[in-house]
Ligand binder design. Structure first.
Ligand SMILES: Nc1nc2c(c(=O)[nH]1)N[C@H]1C(S)=C(S)[C@@H](COP(=O)(O)O)O[C@H]1N2
Ligand SMILES: [Mo]
Length: 349
């Protein structure tokens, strides 16, 4: 497959099939090295669940395989992993928003600010190989291959309501697993009070990051208090509607936090940092009076420029806008309200 917008590095791109085979062979040859590294880690007081241990991949290896970058669709191993998804008890009873709407009405400013831009402009986004760097207050820091991150997590389907701060909402069958299960594998220390997530920074691929009119200080960053991140509703997402994530929805890996406004659910994650300080997040930095760190869905606290009492549930049209009342914590109050006990939600919006 020829890359349409060649970069200096990707110009020596080879066919995707060959790239994939080469990568597999390379990984197998390097297997001993990776195994060696994890054996050392296992020796020094490994966690209670050794099979869940996560192995850092040597950076040299990652740089080498990066030359064999592959566009969407997702690699075979990920498609297969996702295809084994099982239903879960997280099942909002609302009617589903059709696949067409979920994948063509998007916010992904790295690929433009219009709702239809991401579906068009993220088409050739290279998401394989992919790695995630883990830093900060955790025992197991390093750079991890997506495959090593995902393979131990059984994939489940969760039907969640999803509400954007712009007052529209959807209901989506997401595929993924509990964020807590992933974060625990990195063994956060007692100083890990917050966790920060970062999207890929790659202006060659993401034209929104090249725009001189963009107000955003890239990369896109989002954060959670550690107890929010560890809440069972917080989800790491790798697919929707039975398939891997399309690029416009944040392939290959994104968050889904159904009780918070959509901008917290950061896409195309490449970095996770555990910290002892509350991070400054993208929208909060841009307009602190409009977008808070917590961003819990709250019909009682209006956005300075519009009401949050109602939302437009997709699909909607000019003649059938389909307005519904917005619920506190997007209808998940029973589950999450205790996280914010004693907090003034007008102040910590
Ligand atoms: N990296 C990144 N993540 C992002 C955004 C973005 O612009 N960049 N937009 C956010 C906003 S405002 C919303 S509403 C959701 C939209 O997700 P969807 O396109 O899958 O519906 O993604 C969130 N995650
Ligand atoms: Mo949003």
């Amino acid at each position: 497959m020829i890359i349409k917008k060649p970069s200096p590095v990707r110009s020596y791109e080879i066919t995707s099939e060959r790239a994939y085979v080469n990568r597999r062979q390379f990984m197998q040859r390097s297997g001993q090295f990776i195994l060696g590294a994890s054996a050392v880690l296992a020796g020094c007081g490994e966690a209670d669940e050794p099979s869940q241990a996560v192995e850092a991949t040597p950076v040299a290896l990652l740089d080498k395989i990066h030359l064999a970058g592959k566009q969407y669709p997702a690699p075979d191993w990920l498609q297969q992993h996702v295809s084994k998804a099982k239903p879960s008890h997280f099942r909002a009873s609302d009617p589903l928003t059709p696949y067409q709407d979920v994948t063509s009405y998007n916010n992904f400013y790295e690929f433009g600010t219009g709702k239809k831009d991401p579906a068009r402009l993220a088409k050739d986004f290279i998401t394989d190989p992919w790695s995630v760097t883990v830093e900060g207050e955790a025992e197991k820091t390093g750079r991890y291959l997506l495959e090593d991150i995902l393979k131990v997590h059984a994939i489940e389907e969760r039907i969640y309501r999803f509400r954007c701060v712009e007052a529209w909402s959807m209901v989506v069958p997401w595929l993924g697993f509990s964020l807590a299960d992933l974060l625990r594998r990195f063994q956060p220390t007692s100083k890990a009070k917050y966790v920060l997530f970062e999207t890929l920074y790659d202006p060659e691929q993401m034209l929104g990051q090249r725009s001189q009119f963009s107000l955003i200080d890239w990369p896109y960053v989002e954060g959670l208090r550690i107890d929010e991140a560890m809440h069972p509703l917080a989800m790491m997402v790798v697919g929707l509607y039975g398939k891997t994530l399309p690029p416009q929805n944040g392939a290959p890996l994104r968050l889904m936090l159904p009780w918070k406004y959509g901008f917290k659910s950061i896409k195309s994650i490449v970095k996770i940092t555990f910290t002892d300080m509350q991070p400054k997040t993208t929208w909060q930095s841009l307009a602190p009076n409009e977008y808070g760190f917590y961003a819990n869905v709250n019909p009682a606290v209006d956005h300075p420029r519009w009401s949050q009492k109602r939302e437009r549930r997709l699909p909607s049209s000019l003649f059938a806008p389909n307005y519904i009342d917005t619920m506190p914590f997007n209808g998940y109050a029973d589950e999450v309200a205790s996280l914010y006990k004693g907090m003034d939600l007008r102040k910590y919006f």
